[in-house]
Design a protein around this ligand. Sequence first.
Ligand code: SER
Length: 569
Amino acid sequence: MNSSDLRQKYLDFFKNKGHKIIPSASLIPENDPTVLFTTAGMHPLVPYLLGQKHPEGNRLASCQRCIRTGDIADVGDDTHLTFFEMLGNWSLGDYWKEDAIKWSFEFLTQELKIPLERLAVSCFAGDKDAPKDEESANIWMNLGIKKERIAFLSKEDNWWGPAGETGPCGPDTEMFYWKDNNEKTPDIFNPKDKRWVEIWNDVFMQYVKNKKGEYLPAKQKNVDTGMGLERTLAILNGKENIYETDIFEPIIKLIPAELDERKKRIIADHSRAIAALILDSVRPSNKEHGYVLRRLMRRIIAYEFISKKDFLTQVLKQVALQNGVEFEKNSINTVFSEEKNKFLKTLQKGILEYSKIKDINSEKAFYLYQSFGLPFDILKELDIEKTKNLKYEDFEKELKKHQELSRTASAGMFKGGLADNSEATTKLHTTAHLMLAGLRKVLGEHVIQKGSNITAERLRFDFTHPEKLSPQQINDVENFVNDIIKKDLPVWFEEMPLEKAKKINAMGVFESKYGQTVKVYFVGKDKENVSKEICGGPHVDRTGVLGHFKIQKEESSSAGVRRIKAILE
Ligand code: SER
């Protein structure tokens, strides 16, 4: 079975069970604050999991592209990736445990033809917040899973969410596959035995965690499931690792054979992440998404540099092909070569600095890495004598110190969170619509939204425009928005087919994919209408509640794209 077969089989299966197939959302959570990347299929659905009506209905399924930077250090082993696809199906207050588990079982055993013999499951053991999940275990047993193949585990293993600090969460039941082809499947499921690999997770979102850390019963009970495409594909083909699949084999083939296995895998994984991020309009920079992209790029550029070969262009070309885009005609090629040229210059400077240092210890090595992007491998290979006291463990310790800091920083990004839809973020979200209307009025209709990121404190907004805004233009946009606020116009939405939304010229996020039915938010009725945008919400009811709008900063974001930071006072 190849990757497209598996993707198609999954989506068809759930379509037959009454699910609408929704397209993969952007890797950068659009409109919603404050997670850096989409890390699971449920992320784009949080507002709906909290009770908003989804325009496509209450049974959904998708194949969502995800990025998990937390796993970056593990990439190179058999199962971890920074970029992967997650298959998932959702019930928004519709079916519950019985159907979810029954369909998981049916899909695994009948569609994927996994022998019952090779399956085991885990369920939530219960604690002070929620009872033991006997219900799920009983459903599994009725389907034919033996009691000995069911493990009850604590919150650490069998609980999912919330994605941020607050929001929907609940017990889950996970499905495991026995991957060892040489040894008979043990009768008793031992979750500690690594030969049992997790392939699917059904989460029963029946709680909402609040700011006090309490788990309150959810108004709407949802099912959220997730299956890693790459991992499941490897298993179905009897492979030990994800790199021996049709997703990776054509990429790995283009990497010189003499590079060690781990580097090859890292190059293959990072190239996919890089292409996906560029296609979702991320550009290398020193901050947030751009920083992650730059880090991924520089790591593989360095590997290429040491190998003294030229293969990354071919690798990225192949990745582009697998993404269905023409390499020469989109940004992957230009963005990557620009960064490569820039980094090669830094690398050369780093090597000059390196030549001035006599004995390279872990601190010096970290300095060279941090300031010049000179990776550990290059240091070691350049001069064996000079680096003889340098050990990877020590360098790693320095690195960990730093990673701890950046992890704390990105954990902070969850605050004010995606999951809480707080008043402050809702207000700024409506303000973003008003600002886009103002920018188009003042600068012209070429202005299109390229991305936005909202926290409780501020709104950040990227849009197309070739040059810096003048103080007068900034003033005009501010006045436009503040006028609408003063007029206290109503904000409301209508659901309509995508075609109709396009016909009435509703703004949409450039390059974004939408379902067949979309929500369009309007500001102001009839003649007073100032904005129409395809958007999931949430928004305030009237503009009068917004307060006073102020643009704090206007700067370049990347070529042809400007960035505004704005607040409500
Ligand atoms: N949210 C769950 C996960 O990421 C199920 O989709 O595993």
